[in-house]
Design a protein around this ligand. Structure first.
Ligand SMILES: CSCCC(=O)/C(O)=C/O
Ligand SMILES: [Fe+2]
Length: 190
């Protein structure tokens, strides 16, 4: 199951380290849902787990899928790709990832523009809404294999954060979709 916490920006260590505060400032699954992050845990050790993936895909109209292995050995231009993944961006579609092996971190921006780190491992399916600022990194184990699911063509277009993405229609729709309840849930964040 995913675990989430506020990311400690003052910690100078590599982004692959957990970057937790002491004490940890955890974020609940309910809070993640309030900002549009959906997640499921699917037992990948059980035969037939793909039927669950198929059911979710059917319900949410995910027509296409592919797989990505992120490791030095398997991913061409590994260092460059990791830099791109860890640069804050949005997409104009949902980001749907089902972790098949290994682990990694999705960082999302809170309503107050703080980083929230979401730790994912094998069996976690996570959906980030279109227009949500986020980034991705491996953790210190340096290995993750994921299924990527898509509503349409399997394409991956990151739009890096800028004054232009701040007014992107998908960004505006995203903000309009949750502003009131999410702001209340995260009111105490520092
Ligand atoms: C874990 S899949 C690779 C990273 C990615 O696709 C993405 O969009 C990160 O934000
Ligand atoms: Fe992304």
């Amino acid at each position: 199951m995913v675990q989430a916490w506020y990311y400690n920006d003052a910690d100078p260590s590599d982004g692959r380290e957990p970057h937790q505060y002491t004490p940890n400032r955890s974020v609940t699954l309910d809070q993640l849902a309030q900002v549009g992050v959906l997640q499921w845990t699917i037992d990948v050790t059980k035969p037939g787990y793909l039927e669950t993936v198929d059911r979710i895909s059917q319900e949410r109209a995910y027509k296409n899928r592919d797989e990505i292995t992120i490791s030095k050995e398997a991913l061409p231009n590994y260092d460059e790709k990791l830099k791109i993944f860890f640069t804050e961006h949005i997409h104009e579609d949902e980001e749907i990832r089902f972790i098949l092996e290994g682990s990694g971190y999705f960082d999302i921006r809170s309503p107050g523009d703080r980083w929230i780190r979401i730790a994912c491992e094998a069996g976690d399916m996570i959906i980030l809404p279109a227009g949500m600022y986020h980034r991705f990194t491996l953790d210190t184990k340096n290995y993750l294999k994921a299924m990527r699911l898509f509503k349409e063509d399997p394409k991956w277009t990151p739009l890096n954060r800028s004054s232009e993405t701040d007014v992107n229609p998908y960004r505006k729709d995203y903000l309009a979709s949750f502003a009131q309840p999410a702001a209340a849930l995260f009111a105490g964040e520092i």
